[in-house]
Design a protein around this ligand. Sequence first.
Ligand SMILES: Nc1nc2c(ncn2[C@@H]2O[C@H](COP(=O)(O)OP(=O)(O)OP(=O)(O)O)[C@@H](O)[C@H]2O)c(=O)[nH]1
Ligand SMILES: [Mg+2]
Length: 267
Amino acid sequence: MGRFHRHADGTVHSHSHDHDHDHDDGHDHDHPHDHRDVGDHSGYATGVERVEVLEAILGENDRVAAANRAELAGHGVRTVNLMSSPGAGKTSLLRRTIPALAGRLRVGILEGDIATSIDADALTDLGAAVSLVNTADGFGGECHLDAVMVRSGLTRLPLADLDLLVIENVGNLVCPAEFDVGQDTRAMVYAITEGEEKPLKYPVMFRTADVVVVNKLDLLPHLDFDLDGFRANLAAVNPTATVIELSARTGDGLDRWLDWLTSVATG
Ligand SMILES: Nc1nc2c(ncn2[C@@H]2O[C@H](COP(=O)(O)OP(=O)(O)OP(=O)(O)O)[C@@H](O)[C@H]2O)c(=O)[nH]1
Ligand SMILES: [Mg+2]
């Protein structure tokens, strides 16, 4: 379906959409890439070309994401895209999660990092199959995983033997939220050391998350963090998110996270 739109530089052109953007993961995405409205390009001499290139890239991503989703579903694997800013605690949470789910779910990890196998190594030998994707290794060192990168990592996982795949995305509070990688659901880890205003400043990540894990609760007595203020800020941008407060360090609150993952895998 074509859609005309006018840029601030006065150019008008149409977009040819070969599919709608109600994603299979149930998200009503309302950030720019889903509407293919990639902003005011009037300051660029190549404004129209930029829009068309961006649309081509994002359209390609969504096609590969759909293929990933179909392949995972074909193997009966449910997939969580786990995102956060650097250091919020994704790997720490997974180090507790994998052994705790042993005997309950067969878990695979697709580990996304710009460089190094530090996190992939930390998650090895815990009972999960681990596939590492370094974005600096052929993918331009991107600050997020896209669907093509995830596709390359899937080829190294025994999908037929998995119930649940957790994709640890690159640590970044902005870019990962803008790319559908073929997940069924999106979870983010937020650490209370980041400040209570973050949902307001980085709304796309918080808005597109189905679950917000509030981590490092063990540090609460040592911080001047306003937990109620954070909850209100999160509710302002995403009133329906499931909020799970825990400490990956102590394990307090982990059960609700494990139950949520189990419901994703068996639901
Ligand atoms: N006190 C405390 N520290 C934590 C907790 N969870 C993680 N950390 C620490 O926070 C630091 C970063 O944790 P990681 O698990 O590496 O965070 P990450 O989100 O995987 O980081 P990137 O992959 O680099 O984005 C480490 O020093 C962890 O030990 C927690 O619940 N409490
Ligand atoms: Mg990590």
